[in-house]
Design a protein around this ligand. Structure first.
Ligand code: INI
Length: 153
């Protein structure tokens, strides 16, 4: 039996981080956790580009453009979509999720989903560096593992 799995070594990997400015406070915490995780796993800050977009809805287009350059091993998408009183949340969250998955399949590189979709700002704070961890870290770890895995398959 042959088994293949990715490792968690970021040394030599080039990553793009696409961050939504909407709910900026949360986005910056996610980015902080993401960059710290990249470096703690051996990644070099010189191998990183950070791209800022207005909101989560715009993330897939920017991810597609940067993935298409062929310069990066993975793209990490970061942001927070927080439910309001209208169905706007559903459209923004659904477009971000399906757009990111489409871009990943089309580009052939890992595009990880580090976008929080929460009912309240408190839930977003909990998932961006307080009691429920930091989704930016998880998304970065996933991207490191997937970039490594794709290199081995
Ligand atoms: N964008 C977000 O990133 N998070 C949100 O919670 C959000 N809400 O709730 O409206 C949001 N809206 C903006 C959207 O992403 C687009 O920037 C806008 O619709 C223009 O295309």
């Amino acid at each position: 039996m042959k088994e293949i799995s990715g490792d968690l070594i970021a040394q030599g990997l080039k990553f793009a981080f696409v961050v939504a400015r909407f709910n900026e406070l949360i986005g910056e915490r996610l980015l902080e956790g993401a960059l710290d995780t990249f470096q703690r796993h051996g990644g070099n800050p010189d191998d990183v580009v950070v791209i800022r977009v207005p909101g989560a809805y715009e993330i897939p287009l920017a991810a597609k453009k940067i993935a298409g350059k062929g310069l990066y091993d993975a793209v990490i998408c970061l942001g927070a979509v927080i439910r309001g009183e209208t169905p706007h949340f559903d459209y923004v969250a659904a477009n971000a999720a399906s757009g990111i998955s489409t871009v990943s399949l089309e580009s052939g590189i890992p595009i990880s989903f580090g976008i929080l979709t929460t009912d309240t700002i408190e839930q977003a704070i909990e998932r961006s560096g307080t009691k429920s961890g930091n989704q930016g870290r998880n998304a970065t770890l996933t991207a490191i593992e997937m970039a490594s895995l794709l290199g081995k398959i």
